[in-house]
Design a protein around this ligand. Structure first.
Ligand code: MSP
Length: 510
């Protein structure tokens, strides 16, 4: 039976060019998507851009551009970033597309039908930068300016007619859902934050705006545009052709396995989104994972702070796979992570150039010289060989579990340890001293080559291009990469050719 997996990134505001924070959400999601793909799942991996609302309207105005023309330009840079980051996304959605508008208006109608929408007046604080409403107790004054305590963004007073969603009505149902599904919100620390916020009492939510027009119109009242978060969140459904619930995309992929988001937008995904879905009688996502921030000098990267690390510049200087590996290995997933060029360079030198690249190089060079560039035959595994090989077969389900529970650091630490052990194995077994014992030499080379294969498969989700290059040694193509084969210790066919590969990672020298 086919197995399905649906994963999403947040859809990004095309108000400014992409930065490392955006790249991080996308890379992390790609790691999960690629793992599931090589583990035999049919994967739907969605990303895109969130193009409506006042923030975008104002950004376009500043450039004296029509909002759609403005979005076309910047959305393209996000789309280009997908290729630059080598994302395996299967769709890229823009909220200005018609397919999205159809879904949003349908969902609105469903909420109206269920009696969850009423017309009233909103008077309160609004942050255009966060596109969020804030209550009085969430605001402070700094330098004579009213700002949101949680995000630090400037807020402005808004008073206008607005449709409201009866969020308060769903408070108990939400709490019940969090309790019955303890892994609905991860990591655990964030779940507790959400629960205490919900328990403190939910107020109804303003879900339309009247004072500007850049958005999707409320179907029954064209003077209002739908609140940009209700619009944006629906992208996860519109990409599956909602409301056509009998189409294969929706049938196979909803409910989504995991929404990967940053912690800054947890409230929208873990409270508002499930409440809208409950009201519309749509099954809830299986999980919302709120990762931490990538910090630059202890602060969140943002345009207004001017502390943006440009992923494009880093990729130009160091290459994509080193950046991907570094972000996955060195940022503790779920927490904030401070990144620096120095730490990136250390990581490239130690893990990638020394432990991985060098191992591949040494073993293949040795096999070339001593085994005629072929996979050796006459293999007889001893205890030492079996021990290192069995580490993979014994842990295969643990590795799957790490991915299913988003324990990315456990996954990558398994790889880093496996690489250390592989190098140690090759050094300790000293095949260069076994030239008079062909069987032993062959077995050590065979085992070491298989370790390259296994570890390259494990690395595929993180550093796909380099892993593909390594697997070329054995003539394994991308479509033939299967995670399950790491448990097979006799996968490599004796006497088949070992192909030459380029140096995988260059050491960075000062
Ligand atoms: N458009 C909304 C999301 C709608 S999803 C239905 C939005 N866009 S955003 O462009 O401002 O940010 C999107 C995401 O980018 C954040 O949630 C987070 O995942 C990521 N990051 C932005 N800055 C970040 C860091 N400095 N560090 C890590 N990720 C952060 O919010």
């Amino acid at each position: 039976m086919d197995k399905y997996y649906y994963i999403t990134t947040p859809i990004y505001y095309p108000s400014a060019k992409p930065h490392m924070g955006h790249a991080y959400s996308s890379i992390v999601s790609d790691v999960f998507a690629r793992f599931k793909t090589i583990d035999g799942y049919k994967v739907h991996f969605l990303t895109g851009t969130d193009e409506h609302g006042q923030k975008i309207e104002r950004a376009a105005k500043e450039k004296q551009m029509d909002p759609l023309a403005f979005c076309n330009e910047i959305s393209k840079t996000f789309k280009d970033l997908c290729s630059l980051l080598n994302l395996s996304n299967t769709d890229f959605i823009r909220t200005t597309e018609n397919r999205h508008k159809i879904s949003v208006q349908h969902l609105w109608n469903e909420l109206e039908k269920s009696g969850d929408i009423y017309l009233s007046k909103y008077s309160g604080w609004y942050s255009v930068s966060d596109e969020a409403f804030y209550h009085e107790d969430e605001i402070e004054t700094k330098n004579n300016q009213k700002i949101s305590i949680s995000s630090g963004s400037k807020v402005e007073w808004v008073e206008e007619e607005s449709y409201f969603f009866k969020l308060s009505k769903w408070q108990d149902k939400l709490i019940e859902h969090y309790e019955k599904n303890p892994d609905f919100i991860l990591p655990k620390s964030r779940k507790n934050e959400v629960i205490s916020f919900v328990k403190s009492g939910l107020k109804d939510l303003s879900i339309s705006r009247k004072s500007f027009s850049w958005g999707i119109k409320v179907p029954s009242n064209h003077e209002h545009v739908i609140y940009v978060w209700l619009d944006a969140l629906t992208n996860y459904l519109s990409a599956l052709k909602y409301p056509e619930v009998s189409n294969m995309l929706y049938k196979n992929f909803w409910p989504v396995d995991v929404h990967i988001i940053g912690k800054d937008i947890l409230r929208f995904h873990a409270i508002y989104w499930p409440a809208f879905l409950l009201a519309a009688n749509i099954p809830l996502p299986k999980r919302v994972y709120g990762h931490g921030w990538i910090l630059s000098g202890e602060e969140k990267m943002s345009k207004s702070k001017g502390n943006i690390l440009d992923p494009i510049e880093i990729i130009d200087n160091y290459g994509l796979d080193p950046l991907r590996y570094y972000l996955i290995k060195e940022v503790s997933f779920g927490n904030d992570g401070n990144i620096s060029k120095k730490k990136l360079e250390d990581c490239i030198n130690s893990d990638l150039a020394n432990n991985y690249g060098n191992f591949c190089q040494r073993v293949t060079a040795f096999a070339e010289k001593n085994c005629d560039s072929t996979i050796p035959d006459q293999i007889e595994f001893t205890y030492q060989d079996k021990k290192i090989l069995n580490n993979y077969s014994d842990n295969i389900n643990n590795l799957r579990k790490f991915i299913d529970e988003q324990k990315l650091n456990n996954y990558v630490h398994f790889i880093a340890n496996a690489l250390f052990d592989a190098n140690k194995y090759f050094n300790d077994q000293e095949p260069w001293k076994k030239k008079n014992d062909k069987k032993r030499l062959n077995t050590i080379v065979y085992t070491s080559l298989d370790l390259i294969r296994k570890v390259s498969i494990l690395l595929y989700p993180i550093i796909p291009s380099s892993s593909k290059k390594s697997l070329k040694i054995f003539n394994i193509n991308e479509k033939d990469i299967f995670f399950d084969t790491i448990k097979d210790h006799k996968y490599l066919k004796s006497k088949s050719k070992i192909l030459k590969t380029d140096i995988l990672f260059k050491k960075i020298t000062k």
